[in-house]
Design a protein around this ligand. Sequence first.
Ligand code: PXL
Length: 279
Amino acid sequence: MKRIVSIQDISCIGKCSLTVALPVISAAGFETAIIPTAVLSTHSAFQSEFTFYDLTSQIGPISKHWKEEKFEFDAIYTGYLGSFDQIELVKKFFDDFKRPDTKIVVDPVMGDAGELYKGFTPKFAKEMATVCAKADVAIPNLTEACFMLEEEYIGEGYSREYIENILRKLAALGPKYVALTGMSFEEDKLGVVCYDKENDRFFEYYNEKIPVRYHGTGDVFTSSFLGAFMNDMTVEDSFKIAVEFTFEAIMKTVEDKDGNWYGVNFEEALPKYMELLGK
Ligand code: PXL
């Protein structure tokens, strides 16, 4: 069985980061190791104060123990990182654990809708670009991409030329594939635009755009992409599955009269995910 490690926080309530990565990647059929970078009472998008217990000091000792035990990973997946120190430790983890065939997938979680989440700065975004540089596949949204590249953010009505320029600049940082999530060139469509650097090729995939906004959809998207990709699907097919699964999770949330804004009902979409994976 392939083993994947995900390095990001545990938001105890909020259905994001590790509490999404674990069940989704497990459903895809893989052992999922974790390095929790922090424990938060909720994710950071609640209005009230949330608790934050930093686990940065554990990243080094956990990695050291794993080296001694000779654990290896078929993929390394990083998401929300909370400090400059964590960025450095994650890059060291890549260097220490990347075999030639290990896939590194980076979702540089930092913001949305043109704004950075609480606690992040433009300087941090520049540093996050150095994590993306080491990825095989980097999956930011447009906000995160613009902050990392110091490009102007155009939230709506952007041209294909603008998006392709951003994707090429992201790819120039290092990754073989870069994808922008939450993309829309038509009012009623939402999906992903990806650039395959080796073949200098763009591809896009969309589903219907539902006029609602939920938290955690990015983590659902990247986790399900990785689960498909590690099932030996092509990058293109894996992104299609991620779009379909994320859409299904949003629909399940919309249909649930008690649906919460803070996270989507991805649990109810897992049967569809398995079906998409042919399981
Ligand atoms: O969904 C991304 C995410 C992960 N972890 C924490 C967050 C967020 C988004 O706000 O706050 C702690």
